[in-house]
Design a binder for this molecule. Structure first.
Ligand code: FES
Length: 275
């Protein structure tokens, strides 16, 4: 059983919670960019979550969950000392971390959590790290302190202008490029529509852009095909070929259609839980 050793609420509407979970076998092997599939109990669905942090000595994995439906709401209500039934991982291919020069790491909404360990590893590899994080408004912007601590420069964007640049993370990126900064690579993680905007913006500029896809997953081991994506006209499975892909090759429109497949069921399954 996988015990929750720390719970920290990052936002309340929507409810976003950080959980540090004892999972020594996963913590021993995990690398930035990989994910786990968790299941709270027998009744819960399996949820893929990209790892936000890990501590090999303590044997813990940190995940961040946003309340989007029944299972995520139940997980977000877990107290310290409670247990997950399943905590499978590490899954997927780790990020390719090397010294590229100047890199920009972009996290939109919940995407700040998975981009954090990648950004930290890129910084540790010797890159100049510029981070852009964004949210709809300042009250649901997550992990600002953590990102500021590892970044040479941090740009914040909020849709409503309550903090930083008014607009989307792409506006923050535009600002960096307008300053004449030469960018060697970009990691962009967040809602599919955000990753599509970043990729569309960087394609004509020829800036390598990596995105992390989080499609519907079932087994997480390449057997069921639920997580399939079209990348450069090839079919790829996000769970074993990704989750990171070249953002200039991903068919985002198809990915969005597939993600919306169970929207009605998700709406019907929503529960009201205190954050
Ligand atoms: Fe089944 Fe990827 S989740 S093939």
């Amino acid at each position: 059983m996988y015990r929750v050793v720390k719970r920290r609420q990052l936002a309340s509407a929507p409810c976003i919670v950080l959980l540090e979970v004892e999972a020594p076998a996963v913590a021993a092997k995990v690398e930035p960019g990989q994910f786990v599939i968790v299941r709270m109990d027998e009744q819960s669905e399996r949820i893929p979550l990209t790892v936000m942090d890990f501590d090999r000595e303590k044997g813990t994995i940190t995940i961040v969950i946003q309340d989007v439906g029944y299972s995520s709401a139940m997980i977000n209500s877990m107290e310290e000392g409670s247990h997950f039934l399943d905590f499978v991982g590490p899954l997927g291919v780790p990020s390719e971390i090397e010294n590229l020069g100047t890199v920009v790491c972009i996290g939109g909404g919940l995407g700040v959590a998975p981009v954090y360990p990648i950004a930290r590893a890129l910084k540790e590899a010797g890159n100049k790290l510029i981070s852009v994080i964004g949210a709809r408004s300042a009250d649901i912007l997550i992990l600002e302190e953590e990102m500021a601590a590892i970044s040479d420069e941090l740009v914040i964007a909020t849709d409503d202008g309550s903090k930083g640049v008014k607009g989307f993370v792409t506006n923050g990126l535009e600002q960096i490029i307008a300053q004449g900064t030469k960018i060697d690579a970009i990691w962009a993680i967040g809602p599919v529509v955000m990753m599509r905007s970043v990729a569309n913006f960087t394609r004509p500029l020829g800036i390598k852009t990596i995105v992390s896809m989080n499609p519907i997953m079932v087994d997480g081991t390449g057997m069921c095909g639920a997580c399939r994506l079209s990348v450069g006209d090839e079919t790829k499975f996000a769970c074993v070929d990704g989750p990171e892909f070249d953002g200039h090759l991903v068919d985002f429109d198809l990915a969005m259609k597939r993600l919306a497949f169970y929207k009605d069921e998700e709406e019907r399954a929503k529960v009201s839980k205190d954050c």
